[in-house]
Ligand binder design. Structure first.
Ligand code: TMP
Length: 210
């Protein structure tokens, strides 16, 4: 088994992860709103970012551009480096006293890029980045997630296929087990409930009561 070594967790940094269709984007928005209702300054962000590297990645996900899987892993890492350490990035936001809530982070790289390149290689490309204080993993079956993706009626993106979703699910479970002993607080959320149920599970874990 691989031994993953990332940088120590930074406080006030929350990451939401899960398969495509599990609802991380909806839950990120709800959580930031809840933080604000509780008088905590929140900052909502996501990966891939809206920056120039992130926009190029998005065109690869939409199958408008095609790159080698290792190039894609490098691009995600480069986008992340800007996102974490760049101007107005995650570090800067936490230092300004904000609670950063991020829709996907390097756990996605570990789960998705390792479909096509060695897991340890992906981990190595991401060793520069700090763990979040909290990782919320929204756990929902690949079958249910894929059904949700297809019910949107939109063109599917690169990884939105059931066979891939099953492998990505297994990769996520591998990371959760490898990182279980890390200093990051990991909370696995039952993704089968309503949007509100899931939101409440997240708020409870963070002790947000307002
Ligand atoms: P989303 O914005 O709808 O969550 O889609 C982002 C897609 O990019 C999703 O399929 C997961 C994938 N992804 C990776 O493959 N590696 C990464 O490091 C990240 C952040 C996302």
């Amino acid at each position: 088994m691989s031994l993953i070594s990332f940088k120590k967790p930074i406080k006030n940094f929350i990451v939401l992860e899960g398969l495509d269709g599990c609802g991380t984007t909806t839950q990120t928005a709800l959580l930031v709103k809840k933080l604000e209702d509780c008088g905590i300054k929140g900052y909502s962000t996501k990966e891939p970012t809206d920056g120039s590297i992130g926009r190029f990645i998005r065109s690869v996900l939409q199958k408008k551009e095609s790159v080698d899987p290792f190039t894609l892993a490098l691009l995600f890492s480069a986008d992340r480096n800007e996102h974490v350490y760049g101007k107005n990035g995650i570090i800067e936001q936490t230092q300004a006293g904000k609670m950063v809530v991020c829709d996907r982070y390097f756990f996605s790289s570990l789960a998705y890029q390792s479909l096509f390149i060695d897991y340890d290689t992906v981990a190595d490309l991401n060793r520069f980045y700090p763990l979040p204080e909290y990782l919320f993993y929204i756990d929902l079956s690949p079958e249910e997630c894929q059904a949700r993706v297809e019910s949107r009626g939109e063109e599917t993106e690169l990884f939105e296929h059931l066979e891939l979703q099953r492998k990505i699910d297994a990769n996520y479970k591998k990371s959760l087990s490898l990182l279980a002993a890390s200093e990051m607080k990991t909370v696995v959320i039952d993704g089968r409930g309503s949007i509100e149920d899931i939101h409440n599970q997240i708020c409870k874990a963070l002790d947000l009561t307002a």
